[in-house]
Design a protein around this ligand. Structure first.
Ligand code: C2E
Ligand code: MG
Ligand code: MG
Length: 552
């Protein structure tokens, strides 16, 4: 097939897909794609009519042995019955077809229509019915129906806790054992779960590796403990293996009988998201969290417009060398002014982080910080370096370092005025990307800082190979009331090691004399915290730039 014909063909598939093509056309399309491209696998994902999907590419339609997928899959959307969508992923391969593979593929293509019909049917059953096909547990519909039944039998909802949980690192299981065995593991998991449920409790499967349960409050703690380790047996390469599956759990302890039934899952779901965000296993949903999330939803609808209208402002929090009392730097922290109210970043940043739009804000803050610094220089002040936060999510942009460099250069200021703050990671893959990013910035003469060090999983050993300029100790190092001699030793060691690795050390969130004295005694002198100043509006920070001297 010539290049133009290939293009025409793809164009045709796109049209079919956009028009919500029928099964015959889909089969024709797939046959063509499969023959003329080197393919490693074809997968299908089914989206329900609410578009939420079931979280996994559930059905492997075709898979070639020993052919590694290359790059991102091509995605085709089909809308066979107007209410649900089937998304087909075609993975390119690094290897052309052998003759017999062609035959196999031919056979598959002949059956493609049939397979897809099956998926459609299954999807129909899942949405119209009450059972999740793959695990035999209730789907969301069935779950609610069963709950309504319990209520009608006189069970008050206020005596239950609503659980929503997600199997930990299940994608690793799929990756390691393949999707087929992954599904077997999922079935095993579901079957063990159902044995943990009493007749007046309910268990459901939302699809993928997401489950829901309504558990009697008196058994809540027991259920939590069991979810921590569910031992699922699978057979891999002829040998039995035991997988110990844990879970990230969101819990809403239902506090009254007359609740909106949709809230049962929705609230517990908030809890899972919250737990993932703060890297804990369990999160209990509070009224405060619910209100925050509701406000946030409303507010996020304005985000694009707010960015355009420059509703975001950069505040500057001073960094002070406690030995001399001199201002030595600042951190740029974003604030959102909307309808005369200030919204703090703790509220909207996690949400922007979740939906991936944080990057536009981070560039915005960097641009504004650069612009302010330029203005200060032009006014004849002597600015201090300003650090700007970048989310780890931003690393998805392969050109992040280059873009940061461009923004600073375009602003016409010296690179010494900007430092990039980013948090550490435990994920190995991310670790590699982060290291590459920091390395690039180093070669571009841009300083970097590791933010919130010590708040999560960070360890100095992993930072050894990075060219980091500053280590920012998290405020949790100093804000405990019962600071022990053990903590002191750790702190002393960290500071010592950072020194050996030629990093500067700074501590955040210092508020009191005793915290400062402690830090000084272990060799940390640069301080950012309310002790000296809160984050200040630009105009107030300018005054600090002129004087630069704090009390010692
Ligand atoms: P962070 O980067 O660790 O920033 C330090 C936070 O600690 C700031 O909160 C600051 O106001 C607060 N803080 C400073 N001194 C003290 C103190 O003495 N006591 C207490 N209790 N808190 C203190 P803020 O401004 O609310 O920012 C929260 C987080 O939001 C930041 O934590 C950062 O992770 C994120 N953030 C802020 N601006 C941006 C941004 O432009 N981009 C990205 N990606 N994240 C941002
Ligand atoms: Mg920071
Ligand atoms: Mg921090």
């Amino acid at each position: 097939m010539t290049r133009e014909k290939q293009e025409l063909y793809l164009q045709y598939i796109r049209e079919v897909s956009e028009a919500g093509g029928d099964m015959d056309k889909l089969r024709e399309a797939l046959t063509g794609v499969a023959y003329y491209y080197h393919i490693s696998a074809i997968e299908a994902e089914i989206l329900g009519d609410d578009g939420r999907g079931i979280g996994q590419k559930e059905v492997v339609l075709f898979e070639r042995e020993n052919a590694s997928p290359v790059g991102e899959p091509v995605r085709y959307v089909f809308d066979p019955d107007g209410s649900s969508k089937i998304v087909i992923y075609v993975y390119a391969s690094d290897r052309p077809f052998e003759e017999e593979e062609k035959e196999e593929l031919g056979l598959f293509c002949a059956h493609a229509g049939f397979f897809l019909e099956l998926i459609r049917l299954r999807n129909f059953m899942n949405s119209a019915g009450t059972i999740q096909f793959s695990t035999n547990l209730y789907n969301v519909n069935g779950y609610y129906e069963r709950i309504a039944e319990l209520v009608s039998q006189g069970n008050g909802l206020g005596s239950y806790s609503s659980f929503c949980f997600n199997i930990k690192s299940f994608s690793d299981v799929n990756r390691r054992y393949g999707r087929k065995l992954g599904n077997v593991a999922l079935e095993g998991y579901a079957s063990l779960l159902s044995k943990m449920i009493l007749p007046d409790e309910v268990l459901g499967h939302m699809g993928g590796d997401n489950f829901i349960a309504l558990i009697k409050k008196g058994r809540q703690q027991w259920f939590i403990e069991r979810l921590g380790d569910i031992p699922v047996e699978i057979e891999y390469k002829g040998k039995k293996e035991k997988l110990h599956l844990g879970a990230t759990i969101g819990i809403w302890e239902i506090d009254r009988d007359d609740i909106n039934i949709d809230d049962i899952v929705a609230r517990a779901y908030l809890g899972v998201n919250q737990a993932k965000r703060v890297h804990t296993n369990i999160s209990f949903v509070t009224e405060k969290l619910v209100t925050q999330m509701n406000n946030l939803k409303a507010v996020l609808e304005y985000y694009d417009k707010a960015l355009e209208d420059e509703e975001f402002r950069v505040y500057y929090q001073p960094k002070v060398d406690s030995r001399t009392g001199m201002l030595v730097g600042a951190e740029g922290l974003v604030r959102w002014f909307h309808d005369d109210k200030m919204i703090s970043p703790g509220i909207f940043i996690p949400a922007l982080d979740d939906n991936g739009t944080i990057i536009s804000l981070d560039y915005y803050v960097l641009k504004h910080a650069c612009r302010d610094i330029k203005e200060w220089i032009d006014k004849g002040y002597d600015p201090v370096p300003v650090s700007v936060n970048f989310s780890r999510r931003d690393l998805k942009d392969k050109l992040l370092a280059e873009k940061i460099n461009n923004i600073i250069e375009e602003a016409g200021i010296d690179k010494k005025y900007i430092e990039v703050e980013i948090t550490e990671t435990v994920d190995e893959e991310e670790h590699g990307v982060l290291s590459g990013f920091i390395d690039k910035l180093y070669r571009m003469d841009i300083m970097t800082a590791v933010d919130d060090f010590g708040s999560g999983y960070s360890s100095l050993a992993t930072l050894r190979e990075f060219q980091i300029h500053t280590l920012k100790l998290d405020r949790s190092f100093v804000n405990t009331d019962d600071f022990s001699w053990k903590d002191e030793i750790i702190l002393r060691d960290v500071i010592h090691m950072a020194g050996e690795l030629s990093m500067d050390v700074l501590c955040e969130g210092v508020e009191r004399d005793d915290q400062l004295a402690l830090l000084n005694s272990v060799g940390c002198y640069v301080i950012q915290g309310y002790y000296y100043d809160k984050p200040l509006p630009k105009e107030d920070f300018e005054k600090r730039l002129i004087d630069k001297q704090y009390k010692k």
